[in-house]
Design a protein around this ligand. Structure first.
Ligand code: ZN
Length: 64
């Protein structure tokens, strides 16, 4: 069975991969903000929290 070949299929796979990356990045960011004392107690996230937020934002842009 080979009903889904061609450039369209490759684009769909790429979009799904980008979406999965964005979801994973969000989970990592969320886990950090829960586990990191600085991110939990300070009004602004720590350097690592900000980095993870950037990774998530970038991945989310690519997932569109
Ligand atoms: Zn943190």
């Amino acid at each position: 069975m080979n009903s889904g070949s061609g450039p369209g299929q490759i684009q769909r796979i790429a979009a799904t991969a980008a979406h999965t990356r964005a979801q994973t990045a969000y989970r990592v960011y969320l886990d950090h903000s829960v586990e990191c004392t600085a991110c939990r107690t300070e009004p602004l996230p720590c350097a690592e929290g900000r980095r993870l937020a950037e990774v998530w934002k970038t991945a989310r842009r690519e997932a569109r």
